[in-house]
Design a protein around this ligand. Sequence first.
Ligand SMILES: Cc1ncc(COP(=O)(O)O)c(C=O)c1O
Length: 378
Amino acid sequence: MPEVGFREWLAIGRAITDGHLMRYAGKAHLTSRFERELGEAIGTRHVLTVNSGTSALIAALAAAGIGPGDEVLVPAYTWMATAAAPIHVGAVPVLVDINETLTIDPEDILRKITPHTRAIMPVHMVNAPCDMEAIMSIAREHGLVVIEDACQAVGVRYRNSYCGTIGDLGAFSFNRMKNMNIGEGGAVLTNDEGYFIRARSFHDLGATMRGHLDNLSVPSFVGMNLKSNEIEGAMLRVQLKKLFPQMRRMQERRAMLAGILSESAGFRVTPHNDPDTAVSLSIIAPTREEAIALTKRRGIHNRLLDSSKHVYTNWEPILAKRTFHPKMNPWDWAKREINYTADMCQRTLDILERTCVVTLGLQYPAPLMRMVARKLVS
Ligand SMILES: Cc1ncc(COP(=O)(O)O)c(C=O)c1O
């Protein structure tokens, strides 16, 4: 993630001096300018800044009209927010296995589609893009909405597009772990004007006085307050300037390290859905024991299985189908009984217990990381 420093501090100072902290107040313009700049940079017509990636996912689902009785396909390996978001609009998540790319497996999507499936939420995990070509083709064939969770893949490319801009809607997170970091924040992306207008109205409580629904021929509907503010807009404009240079450095570093690791028979780099633009690097060991041994070595992160709420077996309230109020329970509104068990996505668990992310070490000079990688394979 890029550091937050002096340039952000200056930008915040200017925003305060402007005197408009609320994005829809007076002459406030920083958040709107950021939305235009991000849209132009990644090639999407509409960007709506919100207060988190989770909010972006919920607003995207609401915009697409997903609700009670609907099933939404989500991967079994993702931050719990992806599976929680459908629940907040009254739908239920249906878990889909990943494959070795660490992203949702198109073949398992086909197995999990039922007459009640309305949407797929592919998640570009750890900066690794999903197989969007296969996913879009399945979605078109079955009439499903695609909401890309690109919270972990801001600025990541898939073929000639950016993650988050390929499906019907996309979601970014700008929390402190992400490629653009303002502490907390997010954005909804779409090329569809109707979805954009609905998302914008939803994120501002359904407030009609700001003209959010002016171009839409539907009555206003109740939303939530998921708005961002001008301080965030100011920081995001600075972070956007840092994004692409950082992604280029990640791509170079990844190519260098993957090259060294592939020289050794002992390491298998996980397959990638667009190796030419890859910015993430993981290795998959033949056995669980070998993966555990790998984590003791410098430059290797924990096994993905040990990444807490990114693994479905740790989504305790979802597995238990527990909501804040027993009568607001989407599983009661589903068209069939949906249950979850700890062993239901065994293939995902098998991959996660053998896979470790390799650090790109952007904070260190390239020759040092080359040395670390050479030591790993020696
Ligand atoms: C894959 C994924 N989806 C959704 C989210 C939710 O983003 P936020 O923390 O900004 O709400 C995250 C954040 O960690 C994430 O990694």
